[in-house]
Design a protein around this ligand. Structure first.
Ligand code: NAD
Length: 421
């Protein structure tokens, strides 16, 4: 019997009993993995009455891998993710010494996982610093392979840096480096190919889920040929590849110029009525403000790597913090996807049974949705909603909730299972 998830004509196709490789992770990874799997297994069982089941298959990475094999990221682990397409990952500590800068980055690069997807939604009862957290329902598509994260950097004073600086000044005629002798440099590659595949995935996601808009978030007013180009390529792509499914802000501006504002407003209203996805753009700093003041104005967010990093943490904080925010790294072409806890290894609470498993549980829910097992995903949402609204929570949330009951990681998982209807 085939136990592999496959991609066929750009669709993820899952057998009833797929093998799911998982990395337990370091620190609290050990504390949250088994309880999370228990919750997911219970949801699948209740949704499909034994007809479907995830076959968890442990693969090694991080400290556990190093202890057992002498390698931080064994080739067999990468092979398993390639073979089974879809997997799960707990938090990994960054190795001290050795050749790998970050295991997370190594995994993303080797599978070319170009989208970092972070859905941001609020669960009733969870403490939030904003007034109307129930209005938050955003989906961040962060570009995962380019931008300043390419790691092309030169440290002030080093020989290569002087070479780079002299090239800029002598060959390229650059005369705007304020302190040429003591400057470090970083290079920010942003390509049309890289931007388009990210924005295409964001639009397809919005269309498939009937979401109202895609916001291109960029700092193109300053970085015109990188972030500004990202925006322009995004608009062009929407108009070329999704003419029937989208209405862009540039089209709005064009109608306004030709036929006046009332006609443009009418065109926008017609597009919304027809269920088209509105494609708009916002400068990053304005977005960080707007997302706090008017979160309901934004649905899917497509953005570059560094912006996405900042935005992910702010939006996570708005709905309860990294302890409950899920994430996934995905290549929508090959189908490769790793669903992961977004927090770190939390060494300060590892092994104490206090960790909140919600981030990993919700990441596994994203996996269920990715393979089309929506009924099981709904069971988990149901269980979590009831658990939070009864204020039965782990230590991180207990500290901020009046009248709450403190549960251990395992008790919290049991409570979610009990609350699945
Ligand atoms: P961290 O996320 O591990 O911890 C930050 C704070 O949040 C701590 O107080 C911790 O106790 C708390 N916290 C985190 N997750 C929690 C949970 N599920 N429940 C309750 N409390 C939780 O960040 P850090 O301390 O900066 O990093 C520790 C290690 O994790 C480092 O080695 C770092 O490189 C690594 N890290 C890994 C990932 C990843 O694998 N995706 C992400 C971030 C950091």
């Amino acid at each position: 019997m085939n136990a592999k998830i496959e991609i066929q004509q750009q669709q993820v196709v899952a057998p009833d009993r797929p093998v799911i490789p998982f990395i337990e992770g370091d620190g609290i990874g050990k504390d949250i993995t088994a309880p999370s799997q228990r919750v997911i297994d219970a949801a699948v069982d209740r949704a499909y009455g034994g007809r479907r089941q995830l076959l968890w298959y442990e693969v090694l990475a991080g400290e556990k891998a190093f202890r057992q094999t002498g390698e931080w990221l064994p080739e067999t682990t990468l092979k398993a993710f390639r073979e089974y397409l879809v997997g799960v990952k707990g938090p990994l500590q960054t190795p001290v010494g050795g050749g790998i800068r970050s295991l997370n980055v190594a995994l993303r690069q080797s599978l070319d996982l170009f989208v970092c997807l972070r859905p941001v939604r609020w669960f009733k009862g969870v403490p939030s610093p904003i007034r109307y957290p129930s209005l938050v329902d955003m989906h961040i598509f962060r570009e995962n392979t380019e931008d300043i994260y390419a790691g092309i950097e030169y440290m002030a004073g080093e020989a290569d840096t002087r070479k780079f600086r002299d090239f800029l000044i002598n060959e390229m005629g650059v005369d705007k480096i304020r302190f040429p002798e003591s400057s470090s440099f970083g290079v920010k590659p942003v390509s049309r190919d890289g931007s388009e595949r990210l924005i295409r995935a964001a639009i397809q996601y919005a269309v498939a889920r009937r979401l109202p808009s895609v916001t291109l978030v960029h700092k193109g007013n300053i970085m015109k040929f990188t972030e500004g180009a990202f925006k322009n390529w995004g608009y062009a792509l929407a108009e070329k590849e999704f003419p029937q499914q989208t209405f862009t802000w540039q089209q709005y501006e064009k109608v306004k110029e030709e036929r006046g504002k009332p006609a443009a407003d009418q065109a926008l209203a017609d597009a919304k009525k027809a269920g088209k996805v509105v494609i708009k753009d916002v400068i990053t700093d304005a977005f960080l403000q707007e997302s706090l003041l008017r979160p309901y104005d934004h649905s899917v967010i497509a953005t570059l790597n560094l912006n996405g990093d900042y935005i992910s943490d702010q939006l996570a904080a708005m709905v309860g913090g990294i302890g409950i925010s899920p994430g996934a790294n995905i290549n929508y072409h090959s189908g490769y996807a790793i669903f992961e806890a977004t927090h770190g290894t939390a060494p300060n609470i590892a092994g104490t049974g206090q960790a909140n498993p919600s981030s990993l549980i919700l990441s596994c829910v994203m996996l269920l949705e990715y393979i089309g097992w929506h009924e099981a995903a709904e069971k988990v949402y149901d269980g979590m909603e009831h658990t939070f609204s009864k204020r039965r929570v782990t230590a991180d949330l207990f500290a901020q909730m009046e009248g709450a009951t403190l549960l251990s990681t395992a008790e919290f998982a049991d409570e979610i299972i009990r609350n699945m209807h």
